[in-house]
Design a protein around this ligand. Structure first.
Ligand SMILES: Cc1cc2nc3c(=O)[nH]c(=O)nc-3n(C[C@H](O)[C@H](O)[C@H](O)COP(=O)(O)O)c2cc1C
Length: 167
């Protein structure tokens, strides 16, 4: 199998986040996709070992922000290379909350989706969360950060728990 074929699939980068009880979590994903329009729903694939997966399941709601091109590797590293299990990823940024109680960071985000969890599909290493959009907002006019830009301009890497990881 030529896994470089996957590199031709275009996507953006997102932060998916949730809060339940005392737990607050968020992680970078490239797997947020609009799946339907009416009602508007999106799916997001989150590794079962990512702390964020358990918090989304417990919360029954999550937020997705669309990362924009102003994002730097400190921001990506904060959400994409550390775990919320023992670290507050929201501490260094302004934190807001959706009406459904999900935390999100408006900085470096061009849009926000507030989602109610309506279905969870076990797809092996990852859980596919289907969220119904309760609210959507444009947060800035910045261009969205594409995965391609992340690789080519920011010289970013993909960690093992990402759906798109290639050994
Ligand atoms: C560019 C990039 C893309 C990623 N894509 C995904 C993804 O689609 N799904 C996923 O579960 N993790 C993905 N990750 C990995 C998580 O962001 C990472 O494992 C994070 O540390 C998990 O944090 P948590 O333990 O707080 O949930 C990606 C990371 C990066 C940097």
């Amino acid at each position: 199998m030529d896994k470089t074929a996957f590199f031709t699939m275009t996507s953006g980068l997102y932060v998916v986040s949730a809060a339940a009880g005392d737990c607050k979590a968020g992680c970078v994903v490239n797997t947020a996709v609009q799946v339907t329009s009416s009602p508007a729903r999106i799916s997001v694939a989150v590794n079962k070992e990512n702390f964020t997966a358990g918090v989304i399941a417990d919360a029954g709601a999550f937020a997705v922000t669309v990362i924009d091109q102003t994002a730097d590797m400190i921001y990506i590293g904060n959400f994409g290379f550390r775990t919320s299990a023992n670290f507050d990823k929201f501490e260094r940024y302004e934190e807001r909350q959706t009406a459904l109680g999900a935390p999100y960071v408006p900085e470096h985000a061009t849009a926000l989706f507030s989602c109610r969890l309506v279905e969870t599909l076990d797809v092996g290493t990852h859980l596919l969360f289907i969220g119904e959009i309760e609210d959507a907002q444009r947060l800035s006019d910045e261009a969205p950060l594409t995965y391609d830009y992340y690789h080519k301009v920011l010289k970013g890497k993909t960690p093992p728990k990402a759906s798109s990881y290639v050994e």
